[in-house]
Write a protein that binds this ligand. Structure first.
Ligand SMILES: [Zn+2]
Length: 429
């Protein structure tokens, strides 16, 4: 039980703000709390819902700023990353270590839920062990994880068998793809039509249908559009439609080069979207027309994508970038719109209506941002200031399901330096 007091402002959701106190009981936002509830002092701070990173590749946390991976076409980037994975040897140990560091970085920057689109499954690797190592890492730190059994040129039958085995291995804990405590969710998702065949989309779709899992893929980055044209003479959205992947349970990440007609088609199919400007902009892979997507009624979330293209899992920094770039691709976005994308927008794409807001009954996931320092002085609107002012800010405290997981800028249940040391020993960086 938690009683958060003294905040300058509570941002309940993008439309609702108030002052006073906020209570979390049994992991959920409540109208009140018993007198013996733990008190979390938020004086001089703004409290927001925990951020939801709707698109990450946690493994890439071990592969940042590698030579030959910055600002290059995806055709050149993919083999360079593949060579680095092969050199390091991707197994459950590395997946677990990378996930520990990635989830630690997430929590320390205010991200309480991470969707990990895991795409690297070397032949012979124990995929069930990789999934469990990733899930264990997130659970140990107190972060929520959505583990997506991805595929990138995997054999379709093997990918589907592995996805099925992963689901079966968690079945006791994760009925219907979601653990009862909401800490672990399972999903499936090919990397995109540029890498995976119709068979992979269909077979992973069958696993999803059997177990009630969400589906995710990536669409309409530069290389995706090019390869769809070369291989099929078609656009990625047309292929996804034909392959049964334009549906309300599907989230499409990136969506850079989409036409007005395609946006209408996506809206009609009720798919959700994930904007990932921190990956697409620096790499030159395109910019999603976010305002047009939103104005068409599509729920848009925010994701960082992985360390191989972004180098940071700091979602608030990418929210700021989304704000800054929006006027170049449509209309300016308001800070509250983008905060809404980074919270409730992402949560909707995960099918998680309890996440991303602080309305009563919602998940008790929140961030306490100190706005009393010099970088926030003179700010007229402290909520807008979360994005516009103080780039790279980190939350002072972070709460997940009512548990304090970051206190005074430090992880509560792990030593950050030990996690980093384990990664350094494993990959030499
Ligand atoms: Zn991505």
């Amino acid at each position: 039980m938690l009683r958060v007091t003294g905040a300058e402002r509570f941002l309940i959701d993008p439309e609702t703000e108030r002052d006073g106190e906020l209570f979390v009981v049994d992991g959920l936002v409540a109208e009140g709390a018993p007198d013996d509830a733990e008190v979390l002092d938020a004086s001089g701070c703004v409290v927001t819902p925990g951020l939801v990173n709707a698109h990450h590749h946690l493994l890439q946390t071990a592969f940042r700023t590698l030579p030959g991976t910055r600002g290059v076409a995806m055709r050149d980037w993919l083999p360079t990353m593949a060579a680095a994975y092969a050199a390091a040897g991707v197994d459950a140990e590395l997946a677990g270590i990378a996930a520990s560091v990635g989830v630690a970085e997430a929590l320390l920057s205010g991200v309480t839920t991470v969707a990990d689109h895991h795409l690297t499954w070397p032949p012979g690797a124990d995929s069930v062990a990789i999934a469990h190592a990733t899930a264990d890492a997130a659970r140990a730190l107190g972060g929520r994880l959505v583990f997506v059994r991805g595929s990138a040129r995997d054999d379709p039958q093997e990918a589907a068998a592995s996805a099925e085995a992963i689901v079966q291995s968690f079945t006791a804990d994760v009925p219907g793809g979601l653990s009862p405590d909401g800490m672990l969710q399972l999903a499936v998702g090919p990397a995109g039509v540029h890498s995976d065949s119709r068979e992979t989309f269909e077979l992973l779709g069958e696993v999803a249908a059997r177990h009630g899992l969400r589906r995710r893929t990536q669409a309409n980055e530069q290389v995706d559009v090019e390869i769809a044209r070369e291989k099929y003479g078609r656009r990625p959205i047309e292929l996804l439609d034909e392959w049964g992947w334009l549906a309300p349970d599907v989230t499409l990440a990136h969506l850079c080069a989409v036409t007005t007609d395609e946006i209408a088609r996506l809206a009609e199919a009720a798919v959700t979207a994930t904007h990932a400007p921190g990956c697409d902009l620096p790499m030159g892979w395109g910019i999603a027309p976010v305002a047009a997507l939103r104005d068409a009624g599509i729920a848009v979330g925010l994701g960082t994508s992985g360390g191989g293209s972004n180098d940071a899992g700091h979602l608030l920094a990418d929210a700021r970038l989304a704000l800054q770039v929006a006027p170049l691709v449509g209309r300016p976005l308001a800070a509250r719109e983008v905060l809404g994308m980074a919270t409730e927008g992402s949560a909707l794409g995960l099918g998680r209506s309890e996440l991303g807001h602080l309305r009563p009954g919602g998940a008790g996931d929140l961030c306490v941002w100190d706005v009393s320092g010099a970088a926030d002085a003179g700010v007229a609107d402290p909520v807008a200031g979360l994005l516009w002012a103080n780039p790279g800010r980190r939350p002072k405290h972070v709460v997940v399901a009512g548990r304090v997981v970051v206190r005074d800028y430090e992880l509560v249940s792990a030593d950050e330096r030990e996690l980093v040391g384990a990664l350094r020993r494993r990959v030499g960086r």
